[in-house]
Design a protein around this ligand. Structure first.
Ligand SMILES: [Zn+2]
Length: 277
């Protein structure tokens, strides 16, 4: 039976989603602690891709995640979209985050998730820069084409890739499945907020039949149902609805999934591929 993986991009909602120049609020600290409790309740080891800025706000949180036995990897430093960076800026962003997180956990950082899946056909060089900065796996290429990210028809299963400059790297896309004649995103985040649980379960059963690990991504703010109601700054109604929708039911869906299927940290699930590098 395939072993799946659940990962958390540790960041603050407003800074990561609306305004990258805004200071981070403290809300993500309490929400991440809720996620840690939810994983502890199901005795699941997860993977936490920590944003460098979040590690600066709460170094203790990063230590607590590591002390709880979870895998700690990198979500980059500043949450700029990688399409907007030069190769050199991307390199600096990666190295800054990797150094900070390694100093806090005492463990090597070798895995990465891009802000908003910002590695696609526009910036294949990002995979080269990842390999050149000591990363061995990446979970950033979204395997369904969406308005802001994704590559149509991208191989959905984790595999070893050769980058354009000849480096080897493991690419591990988040989960998708085929339903009603179409490939559909079901990897977590907004998709978990929108799909009813029976659809998510249907997807995971299909992944098990294919012996393919289902990789979930999520954010601390999906465990913070009151954030939108308490948010006092101006925000378009569309964004307010889109960002708040489904937060109340999200933790319940994750808990059901963790109860029904087997999950492990991503580096464990990818170990056979990492050994091929
Ligand atoms: Zn993010």
């Amino acid at each position: 039976m395939a072993c799946h993986s659940i990962s958390v991009d540790v960041e603050d909602w407003y800074q990561s989603t609306v305004d990258a120049a805004a200071p981070l609020s403290q809300r993500f600290v309490a929400s991440t602690n809720k996620v840690l409790q939810a994983f502890a309740d199901r005795q699941v080891r997860g993977t936490f891709f920590v944003l460098g800025l979040a590690a600066e706000v709460s170094p203790q949180l990063v230590k607590d995640i590591a002390a709880a036995g979870h895998e700690v990897q990198s979500h980059g430093y500043g949450h700029a979209l990688n399409f907007d960076l030069t190769q050199e800026q991307f390199r600096q962003d990666l190295l800054r985050a990797k150094g900070m997180i390694e100093d806090l956990t005492g463990r090597e950082v070798f895995g990465y998730r891009a802000p908003c899946f910002s590695i696609d056909e526009r910036n294949p060089w990002a995979l080269d820069v990842l390999a050149e900065t000591g990363h061995r796996y990446d979970s950033s290429v979204f395997p369904v084409k969406k308005a802001r990210y994704g590559i149509d028809g991208y191989p959905p299963e984790p595999r070893v890739i050769t980058t354009s400059r000849g480096h080897k790297l493991v690419e591990a896309p988040v989960a998708c499945f085929d339903w009603l004649g179409k490939r559909r995103a079901v990897g977590g985040g907004g998709y978990f907020r929108l799909w009813p649980y029976w659809v998510i379960r249907k997807a995971w059963r299909q992944l098990e039949k294919l012996d393919r690990p289902g990789i979930v991504y999520m954010h601390p703010y999906e465990y913070d149902p009151t954030e939108m109601a308490q948010f006092r700054q101006s925000l378009s109604l569309k964004l307010r609805i889109h960002q708040g929708l489904g937060r109340t039911s999200f933790p319940r869906k994750v808990d059901k999934l963790l109860k029904e299927f087997r999950f492990a940290a991503l580096a464990e699930v990818l170990a056979p591929l990492l050994h091929q590098l």
